[in-house]
Design a protein around this ligand. Structure first.
Ligand code: F6P
Length: 323
């Protein structure tokens, strides 16, 4: 291959810039030209690309977000959009593509692969719900951001003897909520993978009060139903039954920004370099993930076949620590 391209797609996260940097510098070392596609798959449809060199990725290792931009592109999800993308790639003499993103983005990569275009994916999503990798780029930084917030909230919660509902991201996955609950010591965790009723939460908050705890931290995954807002209303209406005053904090997009941790920088660099080698040497149509500390290929079909299951043994571990 003489010329390849890289794009970041879907929700951003810390570590995308170090990954692009690794892709670019590995390609250049192999004497392959490398284009950066702007705004995810939208840039393929508009031929919005820029040539990258070793210097254009200087000074970005410690920066959050993605300097080439990202997007969710409904247009690319159509057959017509994919044909247009292929046409633009061929017109620009691009012979291979690296896609950095989560399930939706990797599904797009699979479509291009099925149309015969050489593609390699790299898992990057704070939700950590992609198959074929132990961890995705961005997860570690997000978890550390959540811990920083929860530790701070705990200080004020204890000072006022309050219960706090803290909503964390994870569209369909309770990974961040469960890991944060283990690492920050939450009294209650609510995740979509485990059905917990609002009445059980009332009981849990009351238990914490009766045990003499000075606070009750409840970490709520965005994907848990009926949701943190509804639970907040429910708890406010039962103030007398639960001992604590209740407050709600939604962490929101603060979880996606910030400088990548050392773990994310090293993970992203490893996967970026390995993905370029995979694209050049083949077989393509795979995702380069991290399995048992080694970059490893998984066919894109398998990577996106279903959402990675949460290890519920860890739910038991969290529970034991709440005693
Ligand atoms: O998939 C990553 C994620 O951060 C989810 O956890 C969250 O539900 C979603 O993206 C938010 O997407 P947006 O930034 O488009 O609102």
């Amino acid at each position: 291959m003489k010329r390849i391209a890289v794009l970041t797609s879907g929700g951003d996260g810390a570590g995308l810039n170090p990954c692009i940097r690794a892709v670019v510098r590995t390609a250049i070392e192999k004497k392959v030209e490398i284009m950066g596609v702007r705004w995810g798959y939208s840039g393929l449809l508009d031929s919005d690309m820029l040539e990258l060199n070793a210097r254009s990725v200087g000074g970005i290792l410690n920066k959050g977000g993605t300097f080439i931009g990202s997007a969710r592109s409904p247009e690319f999800a159509t057959k017509q959009g994919q044909r247009q993308a292929l046409r633009n790639l061929n017109r620009m003499s691009i012979e291979g593509l690296i896609v950095i993103g989560g399930n939706g983005s990797l599904t797009g990569a699979l479509e291009l692969h099925k149309m015969g275009f050489p593609v390699v994916g790299i898992p990057a999503t704070i939700d950590n719900d992609v198959n074929g990798t132990d961890i995705s780029i961005g997860v570690d930084t997000t978890l550390n951001t959540i811990l920083d917030a929860v530790d701070k909230i705990k200080d004020t919660a204890s000072s006022h003897q309050r219960a706090f509902l803290i909503e964390v991201m994870g569209r369909d996955s309770g990974y961040l909520a469960l890991m944060a609950s283990i690492a920050a010591g939450a009294e209650i965790v609510l995740i979509p993978e485990v059905g917990t009723s609002m009445e059980e939460v009332v009981q849990g908050v009351d238990d914490a009060y009766v045990k003499g705890k000075s606070h009750c931290i409840i970490i709520v995954s965005e994907g848990w139903q009926p949701g943190a807002m509804a639970l907040n209303d429910y708890l406010q209406e039962r103030r007398e039954k639960i001992g604590f005053d209740v407050r709600l904090t939604v962490l929101g997009h603060v979880q996606r920004g910030g400088s990548p941790t050392s773990y994310d920088r090293i993970l992203a660099t490893n996967l970026g370099a390995a993905a370029v080698n995979q694209l050049l040497e083949g077989p393509q149509g795979v995702m380069t993930g991290m399995i048992k500390n080694a970059p490893s290929p998984t066919p894109l079909e398998e990577a996106v076949a279903f959402q990675k299951k949460l290890n519920l043994d860890l739910y038991g571990l969290w529970k034991t620590m709440t005693l």
